[in-house]
Design a protein around this ligand. Structure first.
Ligand code: FAD
Ligand code: PHB
Length: 395
């Protein structure tokens, strides 16, 4: 089989890239290790920046997102027992974010791909990428018990943090920056009305918590938990009890509990691989970088990588110009590092670090007290949360 772009991974990055290329008449095949149902069963992101929303519109899959997504003009921070609203709209000249689950977005992209009759190979085993340092890369894999080979002009590594693409780059050609945090997030999804109309980020003496949602009838909550624990140790009742202890009295009074539809623990990590291009292999999304979810940036960064990569590939096929491909890595990384910084900083400000003494909590509270009572401080948080501009101009 031959295609122009072989896309490894059918998460949001791979599917969105496939859709943008298809709209421009560039041929691509998507290879995914898991089944479609498995991909849809992973509960992850919930908050989309305007840049991401615009891109999904450009890809022609925005209709359901606009119908069902919830526009959020602000969110709250609960610290030291007090809540403070970050008015995104007022602080950023009218910007907002959209609450729409990654699962729904992935479903929209999968359906668009199936409707257009585009090739996606689910349950592709043993995917391996070859020859990307030359002009004729190819990908091998097993499907339906048969060995297959896909020849292509380019390979897009959209296969997430544990994927095969980044792992195939010779060690000397890549620099990896990494920070692991000494805790994880335990997430619970339930068909109960959210505790508030807006998200609440909670800094409590018992650890961080987040009250989020997927719709007016479906809630998503997270608790900071030790990495040593297993998800099986957390009954639904234990989760709700711990959440209650981290909330304030008004939220406790409004909290509606119910059986978990899904419960899982995610580790928190900051990670960047440099560069994001190796010959004819390009990394996009979580394959190239990871942020802790505190700033809600991972999916949004993936979307902007894909925007830049799609534009560069389309430019290559239309104009035979490699300019976009050459600038891809540097263009993405500048934005990536800014989001990495914000996600790290917001994590440090809101979580309890087990090895830090009581003075660390005092520093956090003093910083929050300063930021949340300063127009400039609030604006800094709001500007980063709604998403920085696509390009920042000259460095
Ligand atoms: P992935 O979604 O990881 O997709 C990669 C795909 O590649 C997978 O389907 C995988 O099965 C496949 N694959 C892997 N290896 C292979 C292989 N060898 N061969 C073939 N296929 C392979 N981001 C936000 O912007 N906002 C949020 O609110 C937010 N909240 C989050 C909450 C949590 C709890 C977590 C864990 C993440 C959150 N994120 C958030 C981050 C976001 O979910 C990720 O950044 C996003 O999934 C990245 O998409 P991706 O397509 O690059 O990678
Ligand atoms: C989510 O709803 O899953 C979510 C929302 C905001 C975050 C992280 C996760 O910062």
């Amino acid at each position: 089989m031959r295609t122009q772009v072989a896309i490894v991974g059918a998460g949001p990055s791979g599917l969105l890239l496939g859709q943008l290329l298809h709209k421009a008449g560039v041929d691509a095949v998507v290879l995914e290790r898991q089944s479609g149902e498995y991909v849809l069963g992973r509960i992850r992101a919930g908050v989309l920046e305007q840049v991401c929303v615009d891109l999904l519109d450009e890809a022609g899959i925005g209709a359901r997102m606009h119908r069902e997504g919830l526009v959020h003009d602000g969110f709250e921070i609960l610290a030291g027992g007090e809540r403070q609203r970050v008015d995104l709209n007022a602080l950023t000249g009218g910007k907002s974010v959209l609450v729409y689950g990654q699962t729904e977005l992935t479903r929209d992209l999968m359906e668009a791909r199936a409707d257009a009759g585009l090739a996606t190979v689910y349950e592709a085993e043993g995917v391996a990428v070859h020859g990307f340092d030359g002009a004729r890369p190819y990908v091998t894999y097993r499907a339906a018990g048969q060995e297959r080979r896909l020849d292509c002009d380019f390979v897009a590594g959209c296969d997430g943090f544990h994927g095969v693409c980044r792992a195939s780059v010779p060690k000397g050609a890549i620099v990896e920056y990494e920070k692991l945090y000494p805790f994880g997030w335990l997430g619970l999804l339930a068909d109960t009305p959210p505790v508030s109309d807006e998200l609440i980020y909670v800094n409590s003496p018992r650890g961080f918590a987040l009250c989020s949602m997927r719709s007016r009838t479906r809630s998503r909550y997270y608790l900071q938990v030790p990495l040593s624990g297993s998800v099986d140790a957390w009954t639904d009742d234990a989760f709700w009890e711990e959440l209650r202890l981290r909330l304030d009295a008004p939220a406790r009074a409004r909290l509606v509990t119910g059986p978990a539809l899904e419960k899982s623990i995610a580790p928190l990590r900051s990670f960047v691989a440099e560069p994001l291009r190796f010959g004819r292999l390009f990394l996009a999304g979580d394959a190239g970088h990871i942020v802790p979810p505190t700033g809600a940036k991972g999916l949004n960064l993936a979307a902007t990588d894909v925007k830049f990569l799609a534009a560069a590939l389309i430019e290559f096929y239309r104009e035979r110009s490699e300019a976009g491909l050459e600038h891809y890595s540097a263009r993405c990384l500048r934005r990536v590092w800014r989001a990495e910084r914000f996600s790290w900083w917001f994590t440090m400000l809101t979580h309890r670090f087990p090895d830090d003494g009581p003075i660390a909590a005092k520093f956090q509270h003093a910083e929050l007290d300063y930021l949340l009572n300063s127009e400039a401080g609030l604006r800094t948080i709001a500007e980063n949360y709604v998403g920085l501009p696509l390009d920042f101009g000259a460095a």
